[in-house]
Design a protein around this ligand. Structure first.
Ligand code: FAD
Length: 479
């Protein structure tokens, strides 16, 4: 029998559920990736993620060729291309790794139906998460809405089912790959209407592995280092997890071994918790697809975000790093110029947009979706709803980050701020967190005129805090 493996956000040729199953049950296996115009048409031509995907496809193709196969790359509406290719190749089945986003589920349901009409099967496998939405439930069989009990149940389930982490072998079944007789070269980014260029971080399976190896060296210190944006204290694997150039089983297995052996110090278990957050938000989205548009907790839909005449200007100031709060602005410059933002700063900037500027979390979420290299709906939506206090396991709405306190705690010497806001480079450790509190003549000595070289704050935090408490009072009445 013949099979087609449809790669989407799983761009690797090791420990791959769909590839493994296809190779095991077929005589001939073809592989395809489609640059999906249904997704790409909305993106800017210089989108960094396309460069990452493009480089990762080259590495995937190389690895498939080493194994005796090759990658077919198409450009068009994925559902049409996959159906057409399945027909051209005369395959009996299409195998793919499950994607839990609502639009992907709708697309896959449609493809499965159309394949069935052609007499072909569609198989979808768990690959992207350790546990799917129904695998970790409360004793009453309900989904969790709070992280810590979910995490405890997740760990318990893993301890009871360690085989969940077993890798899906590929090499042993490589004889089933259809050989690359007349495979055309992979298209260049220009061929599909995007600008070529260096990927924003080392791409492909080897890029992921190099990052992971370097991170594991220092994992023991992760629990401390992860909170300081000026340090290189986190793994930077999020983009690789997003595009599946590494395997979540491989990461969890390693973290768990380091934890159990004691070699990973306390850092390994803290890092494992972060990977569990990823499963948690995937579960939340699968169980509650309404979160895409609305608050996780319906009562919070009553919150009236600012729709005043200033809202658009304030939103633009936030997007462009012109709020006058250096840590917020430096973070937004990091996002705009690199496509990455440190987790602490995602919390600070999201809190600032919603609680200081009173702007609807959905606007911020969409901006992050456009800019983040590692953007994924589940974690981004979860993070935004957490920051806006509308989500599950929300920080209580009355607990509001103070952007200056965050700055003095997590960037005490202002190193991160200076890296992204060179106009403030000459301010000292204390001045750099709140330049408006420094006497103008002192600022001038250091080359800064407020309102000229760097903006005055667009909002007063204490006044904004009071407005937010009033805004959320409707919730207090509703719950
Ligand atoms: P590490 O600290 O090394 O963590 C390892 C991995 O654990 C990450 O790669 C990620 O897969 C996962 N992880 C870590 N923290 C979280 C978390 N809070 N929620 C879910 N998974 C987590 N993460 C994304 O992958 N895509 C997003 O679009 C995204 N948007 C976010 C938006 C907001 C407002 C917030 C507060 C957080 C968001 N996060 C998102 C979570 C987190 O900020 C990033 O995963 C992390 O900064 C990536 O850096 P890293 O790989 O070095 O992380």
């Amino acid at each position: 029998s013949k099979s087609l493996v449809w790669f989407r956000r799983d761009l690797r040729a090791f420990d791959h559920a769909a590839l493994h199953h296809a190779l095991r049950c077929s005589q001939q296996v073809f592989c395809v990736f489609v640059y999906d115009t249904d997704i790409l048409d909305g993106l800017p031509r210089d989108d960094r993620r396309l460069r990452f995907i493009h480089a990762s496809l080259a590495s995937l193709d190389e690895e498939l060729r080493r194994l005796g196969g090759y990658l077919i790359v198409r450009h068009g509406s994925a559902r049409d291309e996959v159906l057409a290719l399945a027909n051209e190749l005369g395959v009996d089945a299409v195998h793919t790794c499950a994607d839990y986003e609502p639009l992907a589920i709708a697309r896959d349901t449609d493809v499965a139906q159309q394949l069935a009409a052609q007499g072909r099967a569609f198989h979808s496998y768990k690959d992207q998460v350790i546990f799917e939405k129904d695998e970790v439930l409360t004793l009453a069989g309900q989904p969790y809405s709070v992280f810590t009990p979910y995490k405890n149940a997740w760990l318990k389930r893993l301890a009871a089912h360690p085989e969940t982490l077993a890798a899906y072998p590929i090499d042993a079944y490589a004889h089933a790959f259809a050989p690359p007789a007349s495979a055309p070269a992979l298209p260049a980014l220009e061929d599909i209407g995007f600008e070529s260029g260096e990927p924003p971080l080392p791409a492909g399976m080897e890029g992921a592995e190099a990052l992971f190896e370097a991170f594991v060296e220092d994992i023991a210190d992760y629990g401390r280092a992860r909170d300081f944006p000026a340090e290189d204290g986190t793994s930077r694997l999020s983009t690789h997890l997003r595009f599946g150039t590494t395997s979540i089983r491989h990461l969890v297995r390693t973290a768990r071994q380091l934890m159990l052996s004691g070699a990973g110090g306390t850092g390994a278990s803290v890092w494992l918790s972060e990977l569990i957050w990823r499963d948690f938000y995937a579960m939340v989205l699968s169980q509650n697809p309404h979160v895409v548009e609305r608050s996780f907790k319906p009562a919070f839909d009553a919150v009236q975000w600012d729709i005043g005449p200033d809202a658009d200007a304030l939103f633009a100031a936030w997007c462009e790093g012109r709020t006058g709060y250096p840590l917020v602005d430096a973070a937004m410059v990091q996002l705009n110029t690199t496509g990455f933002m440190h987790n602490r700063l995602r919390m600070v900037t999201a809190s600032f947009l919603t609680k200081d500027l009173g702007i609807d979390w959905r606007r911020g979420e969409r901006y992050f979706a456009l800019k983040l290299n590692d953007y994924e709906l589940a974690s981004n939506n979860g993070g935004w709803q957490w920051a806006a206090s509308t989500g599950c396991d929300a920080q209580p709405w009355f607990r509001i980050f103070n952007p200056v306190t965050q700055s003095t705690r997590f960037d005490a010497r202002g190193e991160f701020i200076r890296r992204y806001l060179p106009q403030l480079a000459k301010l000292d450790g204390k001045q750099v967190h709140a330049p408006w509190l420094v006497k103008p003549e002192v600022l001038a000595e250091r080359g800064v005129v407020l309102g000229q070289d760097y903006p005055a704050p667009v909002v007063d935090h204490d006044a904004a805090r009071r407005r937010t408490l009033e805004r959320f009072a409707v919730v207090k009445k509703a719950v």
